[in-house]
Design a protein around this ligand. Structure first.
Ligand SMILES: [Zn+2]
Ligand SMILES: [Zn+2]
Ligand SMILES: [Zn+2]
Ligand SMILES: [Zn+2]
Ligand SMILES: [Zn+2]
Ligand SMILES: [Zn+2]
Ligand SMILES: [Zn+2]
Ligand SMILES: [Zn+2]
Length: 194
C-alpha cells in the first residue's frame, strides 16, 4: 500500500507539471450530450457524470481532482483500493491515505476499517489475511469466524478469538469457544443435546 501511494503521488506530480493534452483532432472532448445537454466525455453517463474541465474527463459525484478515478463499470467515482461491485468511495478525512480518498466496503466504519482487496472484506487494524478475519461493524474490531459480539475479541498473536471476560486466554493453548462462550482448551468435548 505504501509503495502504491508513493507511485500514485509520483504519477500525480508528473501529471500536474505537464499541460493537459490539447483537445484537437478526431477525439475532441467535451462534446455536447444530445440527451442531457451537458458537456460529455467518452465515458459520459447521463445524470451520473459531469465534465471536469480541470481533469479533462468525465467525473461522478465525490470527484476530487487528480485524486479519484471514474469507474465506468460501477458508474461511480472511486478511490484507492477500488474493487468493482464491492467498494464505494469514502470521502471522510479519517480514511484518507496521504490525502488520497480510499474506497470502503459495506461494513465500513470510518477511521476503523479499511477494505482488504485480497480478502474482499472490510478489515480492521488487526486484520490477518491468513486467519481470514473480517471487520465487525458492531464491535468496531477485527473478528474471526468464532466471533461473538460482547463475548470475544480477536487475538492477533495466535490468530483466534479470545474471551473478553472469564477464563484467561493462553495463546496456542486456549481459544474462545462460541458454544461455551468462554476460553477453552483447543480440544475439548461438549455435552450433547445442550
Ligand atoms: Zn447525457
Ligand atoms: Zn477534476
Ligand atoms: Zn468499479
Ligand atoms: Zn471511511
Ligand atoms: Zn486480507
Ligand atoms: Zn462483534
Ligand atoms: Zn492469543
Ligand atoms: Zn466449547
Amino acid at each position: 500500500m505504501k509503495r502504491l501511494a508513493g507511485l500514485l503521488l509520483f504519477l500525480a506530480a508528473c501529471h500536474a507539471e505537464s499541460p493537459p493534452p490539447a483537445a484537437t483532432g478526431a477525439e475532441s472532448y467535451p462534446k455536447r450530450c444530445s440527451s442531457c445537454a451537458l458537456e460529455a466525455g467518452p465515458l459520459h453517463a447521463c445524470g451520473i457524470t459531469r465534465w471536469c474541465p480541470n481533469c479533462r474527463r468525465d467525473a461522478a459525484s465525490g470527484h476530487r481532482c487528480e485524486r479519484t478515478t471514474y469507474c465506468k463499470t460501477c458508474r461511480a467515482e472511486t478511490g484507492k483500493g477500488h474493487v468493482c461491485g464491492k467498494t464505494t468511495l469514502c470521502l471522510s478525512p479519517l480514511c484518507m491515505l496521504n490525502g488520497w480518498p480510499v474506497d470502503r466496503g459495506p461494513n465500513h466504519v470510518c477511521g476503523k476499517s479499511v477494505f482488504c482487496p485480497d480478502c474482499k472484506v472490510d478489515a480492521g487494524l488487526d486484520h490477518s489475511c491468513r486467519a481470514k478475519t473480517w471487520f465487525c461493524p458492531r464491535c468496531e474490531v477485527e473478528a474471526s469466524e468464532a466471533h461473538r459480539c460482547d463475548l470475544s475479541r480477536f487475538c492477533s498473536a495466535c490468530s483466534s478469538e479470545r474471551a473478553v471476560r472469564g477464563s484467561p486466554h493462553l495463546c496456542g493453548r486456549t481459544r474462545f469457544c462460541p458454544e461455551c462462550g468462554d476460553d477453552r482448551p483447543l480440544v475439548h468435548a461438549h455435552a450433547k443435546g445442550s
